[in-house]
Design a protein around this ligand. Structure first.
Ligand code: NAD
Length: 263
């Protein structure tokens, strides 16, 4: 909804990647002033359409709309963003379900590079419903020992230095400096910040100071690290949702919890 430039760019990117892998996507671009009832009616129509397997409401919504009832209106089976309370419940209970895209993208990235998670001490900086919280659940389900740090954590460096696996999603450019990282730690930079540059356009940078590359065992770049993984996971969720709807299965079978919740 509306014409937030970042949202317009994200939606365009998602549509392009969907087309690349052969998924049909439709963008319903609504004017900023659209009443909530009209948005809810569109979601209800997409929920009921058997040709649609996934529904994503691009955030942020214009300020006159309350996002929660809008997110709650998406049919859980089609919740490819993984932000519906039903999806959140499944995640925290260690049950199969659709996972939020950015945290699931982080897990896929770790798996691809063979970086260990089970038994590791994981510290996440940031506790948002979009990134930090669901990532804590995914890491827990994957048998890491998880700490969530946030804006009220005293002596952040003392906490981050404990991490074998440090994931930063605070939205503060270069918050994490080399002295805050244990040598050899895996560092995942989720942050995307626009900072001033010579061109006047601004450039994108992460939450992790570039100097951390000299200390970390592995470090994701910004841009080009977690961002593309988020889109990939959206496509993955859409396929999982379609398969579950085809099989009339109650929940998509997400790979990471196929063994059930470990105690
Ligand atoms: P948010 O603003 O909702 O949450 C930020 C969190 O960071 C909060 O929990 C806050 O307590 C914590 N925080 C803020 N300042 C801090 C500090 N000085 N010390 C410790 N903790 C601090 O943000 P969000 O939606 O979770 O996004 C976080 C960042 O990740 C943003 O830069 C966002 O652009 C980026 N992001 C990237 C992707 C991607 O695909 N790569 C997806 C979502 C978000």
């Amino acid at each position: 909804m509306g014409d937030d430039p970042a949202s317009v760019a994200y939606v365009r990117g998602k549509a392009r990647k969907a087309a690349e892998v052969g998924l049909r996507s439709t963008v319903h671009a609504l004017p900023e002033a659209t009443p909530q009832a009209e948005l809810l009616a569109l979601i209800a129509q997409l929920n009921a359409d058997p040709a649609v397997h996934g529904v994503l409401v691009q955030l942020p919504l214009p300020v006159h709309l309350d996002p929660q009832p809008v997110l709650d209106a998406v049919l859980p089976a089609k919740d490819v963003d993984g932000l519906h309370p039903v999806s959140t419940g499944h995640l925290w209970a260690g049950q199969p379900g659709l996972r939020p895209c950015t945290p699931a993208g982080v897990m896929a990235l770790l798996a691809f590079y063979g970086l260990p998670v089970a038994g590791q001490r994981a510290v996440i900086v940031g506790r948002s419903a979009l990134v930090g919280r669901p990532l804590a659940a995914l890491l827990l389900n994957a048998n890491a020992t998880v700490t969530l740090a946030h804006s009220r954590t005293p002596d952040l460096g003392a906490v981050t230095r404990e991490a074998d696996l440090l994931i930063v999603a605070a939205g503060r450019a270069h918050l994490i400096t080399p002295d805050m990282v244990r040598p050899g730690a895996t560092v995942i930079d989720v942050g995307i910040n626009r900072v001033p540059d010579e061109t006047g356009q601004g450039r994108l940078t992460g939450d992790v100071h570039p100097g951390v590359a000299g200390v970390a065992g592995a470090l994701t770049p910004v841009p080009g690290g977690v961002g593309p993984m988020t889109v990939a996971q959206l496509l993955m969720n859409t396929v999982l949702a379609a398969e579950a709807q085809q099989a009339q299965s109650p929940q998509p079978q997400t790979p990471e919890v196929s063994g059930g919740l470990l105690r």
